[in-house]
Design a protein around this ligand. Structure first.
Ligand code: ADP
Ligand code: MG
Length: 393
């Protein structure tokens, strides 16, 4: 192990044999703290922080940072003098209560876990001895990092796996586990979450907006997949990378929140200008269909048109939300469901997406509902599917 960079209260080290990097607090006296560089957020202001900025998963520069550090940063916070680091941490803790409740706080052993290894994120629902169910999510890429986390945090736990990457993850874990189909786990988990939230619909449509979108009808007679679309959370990340140069989910959402959709999106009322439209004028007639008009309008004023990143991302999220809602509402109509329950990590802290989906669902006559902890439906369903202890063969 070669330490090659130290900054602030942290030390970054590169294992020259495996080429894997580890960052740990100096206060740990050189001990590793069991997390991967991709899981670590670092703060920097000057060139002595470059080493950390090369290695860490998320890089935050204070407002008065050196320009090289500012360039490399994923995000900015207030300056050193304005408690920028503390403000950022408070903001994250307020937003991520699930991630801020690690096992170490209770000291209890994790006895069982349901793991939903999806295309983008690995979601885990776990139970400590005598404790309540807790949730955590990790990146699916690299899957080795998720496997390392599971191995170190829950070495003895009984596991039930689901999701597209379940068998690859299990191969990396090198231990035995039960498994359940993704659709079954997702529907069962969602039903339990609704029960916990006091909702008791006999029949509802379940739209799981993950990397892509999968749609299910859930009723007294069971559950069945009834449709889907390739437009989902992965579309937000992919288009944001192509159009705005970032695939950092939180930065995308924050930017979109500050954006205006009218720059790129054409509403029905824009086409019917001055006349009474045959349908609600607020509906989108064409996602991104107003770009040429915006360019022409600006040229008419002797200006060049501007498409701020915030506006572009607001339109990307709007398009994904409206597509998902439209497909779901049609499926709900076909399958006689009034309520559409939306789940999936795409909605996590994503008010612009929720807003687009909720308003479009209502516009089109159905009732939207966002299940609390909906991102963990599959993981919870897998946890519930574990064969009761003593009955396992
Ligand atoms: P999957 O099961 O296919 O992995 P998820 O339900 O976990 O799908 O949703 C993945 C989507 O959630 C991403 O495409 C992205 O839009 C969004 N998302 C939410 N939080 C994150 C995050 N921390 N990192 C990446 N994507 C995130
Ligand atoms: Mg999934």
């Amino acid at each position: 192990m070669r330490a090659d960079s130290a900054a602030g209260g942290f030390r970054a080290a590169l294992d020259s044999r495996t080429r894997r990097a580890i960052i740990y607090p100096k206060s740990a006296g050189g001990r590793h703290v069991g997390c991967e560089p991709a899981e670590v957020t670092v703060f920097g202001d000057h060139l002595n922080d470059l080493g950390l900025f090369v290695l860490a998963g998320r890089k935050v520069a204070v407002a008065n940072a050196h320009e090289r550090i500012a360039e490399l940063a994923d995000e900015r916070t207030a300056s050193n003098d304005e408690d920028g680091v503390a403000r950022y941490i408070n903001h994250v803790l307020a937003r991520e209560p699930a991630a801020a409740a690690p096992k170490e706080e209770t000291g209890l052993a994790i006895v069982k876990a349901g793991i939903d290894a999806g295309g983008t994120l690995v979601k885990i629902a776990y139970e400590e001895n005598g404790g309540e169910i807790r949730y955590v999510k990790l990146a699916s890429d690299p899957l080795e990092a998720a496997a390392a986390w599971i191995r170190s945090r829950m070495p003895e736990a009984r596991l039930c796996m689901t999701g597209g990457r379940a068998s690859r993850l299990l191969g990396l874990l090198e231990r035995s586990a039960e498994s359940v189909s993704e659709f079954e786990a997702t529907c069962e988990g969602a039903k339990r979450l609704l029960e916990q939230d006091g909702k008791s619909w006999d029949r509802f449509l379940l739209a799981n907006v993950g990397t892509g979108t999968s749609i299910h009808i859930v009723g007294g007679d069971g559950a069945a997949r009834v449709g889907g679309t390739g437009v989902g959370g992965g579309t937000i990340l992919g288009l944001a990378r192509l159009l705005a140069g970032t695939a950092d989910f939180e930065s995308i959402v924050r930017a979109a929140q500050a954006g205006i959709r009218d720059t790129a999106d054409l509403k029905v009322s824009h086409i019917y200008e001055g006349a009474i439209p045959p349908i609600d004028g607020n509906l989108t007639a064409s996602n991104f269909g107003r770009v040429e008009e915006t360019i022409r309008r600006s040229a008419g004023l002797g200006q060049s048109a501007e498409f701020p990143v915030e506006d572009v991302l607001a339109s990307v999220i709007g398009m994904v939300g409206e597509t998902v809602a439209t497909v779901s509402v049609h499926a709900a109509g076909q399958h006689d469901a009034q309520v559409i329950v939306y789940i999936g990590s795409s909605f996590e802290w994503n008010e612009p997406l929720k807003e687009a989906v909720a308003s479009y669902t209502r516009f089109r006559g159905a009732e939207p509902y966002f299940a609390p902890n909906g991102a963990f439906s599959g993981a919870l369903g897998a946890l519930l599917a574990l064969v009761p202890e003593g009955k396992a063969t």
